[in-house]
Design a protein around this ligand. Structure first.
Ligand SMILES: NC(=O)c1ccc[n+]([C@@H]2O[C@H](COP(=O)([O-])OP(=O)(O)OC[C@H]3O[C@@H](n4cnc5c(N)ncnc54)[C@H](O)[C@@H]3O)[C@@H](O)[C@H]2O)c1
Length: 333
């Protein structure tokens, strides 16, 4: 298949070379992010490959449909940046990569929790300023805590297993509880989880129902000093409500790898032009908040998987017309 791959990072080049050759694709690489403004570049290609920070809105989908593109394969798991209704309308088949190494994000959730538990951000800043004092750096041990997992799918279960060695009490909430998770956690209701957890780790997808799940109302149901780990999606949190709760002490900390309005900011170097987002800036400045640039997935293993599996999806569409990772608009399912 003739494929135009957008938003390709240098660390993906080797995998594109290897797997396009193995799967018989001709791939042209562009480094810019996909959006309505450069969709016309796809003229003459059968399929495009994009990433989770590309803007595949209705306008962009219409533009690529006009170029003759029939397939859109995102190299990410998340598809909330793709207008699936528009894709259905224009008869463009969409696929994602739901099953790349879950360990990447799961291990990152553990990393984030430990960094908050031990005030790592403050300690590093101090040492950089030749301040080696301990005051205010006292941490806590996970074994004394209750960890609540919202979403116990592939990443959630892998995170649960990774956390299991610390001896904490572990509880979880999922719309569809699974047997593997039950070996490690007790399922509770969402309100019970909010009431009992000292650490809440988010591992569910963003849906219309759970937009701003971490809201002022739900924060008020939590334990005083609870900490939130968000390696899932930014819009699961109402960031201003979280800032208010962090400032008045209701929440003890936040580690977030995602932000609701991250598109155009995360994965770009803004050190020269500075960002114009006071809410994100305030989060970054708070001492008990870790903001990371949506890179939980970013390991050698996961990146190679993402390129390989997305190109395999396109090969499957081309050769059989069917792909196990096809993403359809809800009314199509
Ligand atoms: N930080 C990163 O780099 C990164 C990378 C990949 C994925 N993610 C995020 O992690 C999420 C989880 O990925 P996964 O591979 O485990 O997905 P998955 O589909 O295997 O699991 C998601 C689980 O969430 C549950 N769920 C759905 N809606 C829910 C709700 N409203 N409340 C509670 N549970 C709900 C599902 O039943 C499922 O068990 C993704 O949706 C994505 O947002 C982040």
């Amino acid at each position: 298949m003739n494929i135009l791959a957008y938003c390709v990072r240098p660390d993906e080049m080797e995998s594109f070379k290897k797997f396009s050759s193995l799967l018989g694709h001709q791939v042209t690489i562009v480094h810019e992010s996909f959006s309505p403004h450069n969709a016309a570049l796809a003229k003459g290609y059968d399929g495009i490959s994009i990433l989770g920070n590309c803007n595949a809105n209705a306008e962009a989908i219409e533009e690529i449909a006009k170029t003759g593109v029939r397939y859109l394969a995102t190299r990410s798991a998340g598809i909330n940046n793709i207008d699936l209704d528009a894709a259905a309308k224009w008869n463009i088949k969409v696929s994602n990569v739901p099953a790349y190494s879950p360990n990447a994000v799961a291990e990152f959730a553990v990393t984030s929790a430990l960094c908050l538990a031990r005030n790592i951000k403050q300690a590093i800043h101090r040492v950089e300023e030749q301040n080696f004092s301990l005051a205010g750096l006292i941490g806590f041990e996970l074994r004394k805590k209750t960890i609540g997992f919202i979403g116990t799918g592939r990443i959630g279960v892998t995170a649960i297993k990774a956390f299991s060695g610390f001896g904490a009490k572990m509880i979880g909430y999922d719309l569809y509880p699974n047997e593997e998770a039950k070996k490690y956690i007790d399922y509770v209701t969402l309100d019970e989880l909010f009431a009992q957890a000292d650490i809440i780790s988010l591992h569910c997808p963003l849906t219309e129902e759970n937009h701003h799940l971490i809201s002022k109302e739900n924060i008020n149901k939590m334990k005083d000093g609870a900490i939130i780990i968000n390696t899932a999606r930014g819009a699961l949190m109402d960031a201003p409500a979280i800032i208010e709760a962090l400032k008045n002490g209701k929440l003890g900390g936040l580690a977030t790898d995602t932000y609701e309005f991250e598109v155009g900011i995360f994965h770009h170097d803004h050190s020269k032009d500075r960002i114009n987002d006071p809410v994100l800036q305030e989060l970054i400045n708070l001492p008990n908040v870790l903001v990371t640039p949506h890179y939980g997935f970013y390991t050698d293993e996961a990146v190679a998987n993402m390129v390989e599996f997305s190109l395999t999806n396109l090969r499957d569409f081309e050769t059989t017309g069917v792909c196990n990772n096809e993403c359809k608009a809800l009314q199509q399912v």
